[in-house]
Design a protein around this ligand. Sequence first.
Ligand code: FES
Length: 240
Amino acid sequence: MMSVAARSGALAPYLHSTKHAVKSLVKPGAKDLAPAAAPGGIRLAHTDIKIPDFTDYRRPEVTDPSKSSQDSSDARRSFSYLFTGATTVVGVYAAKTVVTQFLSSMSATADVLALSQIEIKLSEIPEGKNMTFKWRGKPLFVRHRTEKEIAAEEGVNISELRDPQHDKDRVINPKWMVVLGVCTHLGCVPIASAGDFGGYYCPCHGSHYDASGRIRKGPAPLNLEVPYYVFSDEDTLLVG
Ligand code: FES
């Protein structure tokens, strides 16, 4: 094993050159300040690098180096919060405007909406009669029911029905039955005031509906569909 003295002798040329390098890095006359043997710890001053002046981009409160930045931190934080809040409000408003305009561009125009509704004068339909209108390309049945028909439909035991629904749940005013004239079997147009139950009869495969548009006999699985409608006044029905 090599002794300490022997190792010092073997490293002597390198130690000498290291000391020489340290001396060459230290300013003349300041050699006492240089670390004894730590050339890696010495940092070179790159005085040739010009540091840009960012004063124009700094807030005036922090440009004075004699003042602590903590003195103005509250005011600067308030400004940051205010700026962030204002940006958020503007962003949300812009997003809302874009979304609203996008959605409104997909909504139906006034002429399309006009076609989607039908206005019916009820005084033109005599009691006991059914009239057929065309609405959204489909037949629409409006039936002016008699007191006898109303009483008969309200008295039906719904537990016997294939598609159980009480008559009161299918009308707004019991005098007026409003249904789509499309058979729920395969889409034929039923005949009004026909069939075993006096309501509607579909001749395609023999489905019988009552005067409430409920399926009573035949292959159709469901009652005739009741569309959305309102009575805009006593004599006007608005469907759609
Ligand atoms: S389509 Fe009406 S019974 Fe078949």
